[in-house]
Design a protein around this ligand. Structure first.
Ligand SMILES: [Zn+2]
Length: 460
């Protein structure tokens, strides 16, 4: 049995407008590359509320979408987020067929009728309203009954009252009944990797970590490119958008139902597989395979997407998105189009005298990286043992760590061209960062600050 004692929740706004539990508004997000629709699925009690009453409004301007809970036109609660749909609509598949994705908006339980307003970025990255839902907590279409826990909650790190802490929930998928002890060990090991990196390391006492192991009949989740198919509790799988290493859970309703037993803001799904793979979407979910030599990197990198909306700083890997020309500044805190170097969003971190854009050994890096990509694609095609793939990564890591670690601008903040899947037009803050390579260099200073701001949002 799992008990949680909440301390009194502070803040007049909170107590006046909300009860101390979570409302979950589930909906279907449907469309193609050119049209988009929303349809309400259900509104349910999603268990304990873990959010911070001191930061009801999200002022960080991150994510492709943004929702507000409004009363009489006044925003009482808001959060930015991104979604699988938001990525899918930019793939080739979306130009040819419809897609349906299940999503959730979670917020504290309102005491009276509210409007939930969903917004999306337009072509200028400004939020515009795309859907509004009237929610009356006393109505017959709102189910106030909480779910009994489907699986037990294991506390891994308890630092204090969930309202004043960041609450991470680690879930397992592809673990059999006899592998539950392994799941707990994996969850502890992976959380340990996170707290080895700054700024998580020095802010560890601002976190609670919870774990829930699901039980599957077979070990490991589906990996279609490798010809492996299983049916697991959360249906997490590789080959999302037909990208071999992209692991996501599409069964959002099951995921949220399982998770509702714990107080949480952030969700990590560990898949019990060896093949290199993972994924991370801001405010939605992060995934990582746990039995790979690079699991530590994978987990910390993917969690960066999910937790702080960090963009990928790499650009030489193959990805499935269609990218237009760069005309507006990206919203990710660690990417810039450098349209006006005087307005660079991390200008305060740039050392005096650093040129913008900042020179770095781009051509040498690219030709080596392309060579590795080619080998990698060939090896995947030939289904070579994962150990051989890991050896390829080892060689790449050694080469890149050395190349990016030397030169006059190594280790300083500037604007280095090549980021966010674009070889030109996008810039990253430092020559190297865990959002750029698999090198053991940690997060760059800009990524560290972006992470700290989210930690503050849930703990200060
Ligand atoms: Zn970075």
């Amino acid at each position: 049995m799992f008990y949680l004692i909440f301390l009194l929740v502070g803040g007049e706004d909170f107590g006046g407008n909300f009860e101390n539990r979570t409302m979950r508004l589930d909906f279907f997000h449907v469309g193609t590359a050119s049209e988009e629709h929303f349809a309400l699925d259900q509104i349910v009690n999603d268990g304990p509320w873990a959010g911070n009453p001191n930061h009801m409004l999200d002022t960080l301007n991150r994510g492709k979408y943004f929702f507000q809970v409004q009363k009489d036109g006044k925003s009482l609660y808001s959060r930015g987020f991104s979604s699988i749909y938001g990525e899918w609509e930019t793939t080739d598949e979306a130009t040819q067929q419809w897609g349906t994705f299940h999503e959730s908006m979670r917020f504290p339980w309102p005491k009276g009728p509210v409007q939930v307003v969903l917004q999306k970025r337009d072509d200028h990255n400004q939020f515009q309203t795309v859907w509004t839902v009237a929610v009356d907590p006393a109505a017959r279409n709102v189910n106030p009954k909480a779910l009994e826990p489907i699986f037990p909650v294991i506390p891994l790190l308890k630092s204090g009252d969930p309202h004043q802490k960041v609450d991470l929930l680690v879930l397992g998928d592809g673990y059999t009944a006899s592998e539950q002890a392994k799941f707990k060990q994996d969850a502890e090991r992976m959380a340990g990797y996170l707290f080895d990196q700054e700024p998580y390391k020095s802010r560890k006492s601002d976190f609670n970590v919870w774990a829930i192991g699901t039980v599957s009949q077979e070990s490991g989740v589906s990996h279609p490119h490798a010809g492996k198919f299983t049916r697991t509790d959360l249906s997490t799988q590789y080959s999302t958008f037909d990208s071999e290493r992209y692991v996501l859970c599409r069964d959002n309703r099951r995921l949220r139902d399982v998770a509702s037993a714990a107080p949480y803001e952030f969700l990590l799904i560990l898949v019990n597989n060896q093949n290199y793979g993972g994924g991370g979407i801001f405010g939605a979910q992060a995934t990582a395979s746990v039995n790979n030599t690079y699991s530590d990197y994978l987990f910390v990198h993917e969690f960066g997407h999910h937790f702080a909306d960090l963009g990928d700083e790499y650009y030489t890997s193959q990805v499935s998105y269609n990218l237009g020309p760069v005309t507006v500044e990206p919203w990710e805190p660690n990417l810039t189009a450098l349209l006006d170097p005087n307005q660079l969003k991390w200008k305060d971190l740039v050392a005096e005298g650093t040129p913008l854009p900042t020179p770095w050994p781009k051509e040498t890096f690219e030709s080596h990286s392309m060579e590795v990509q080619k080998k990698r694609a060939e090896m995947r095609k030939n289904k070579v043992p994962e150990k051989e793939m890991e050896a390829l990564f080892d060689g790449q890591r050694e080469f890149e760590t050395k190349l990016l670690g030397e030169g006059p601008h190594a280790g300083v903040v500037g604007a280095f061209e090549g980021a966010g899947y674009r070889g030109t037009g996008y810039y990253r803050p430092q020559a190297d960062c865990i959002m750029f390579t698999r090198d053991k260099v940690g997060f760059c200073k800009v990524c560290q600050r972006a992470i700290s701001q989210i930690i503050d949002q849930y703990s200060r």
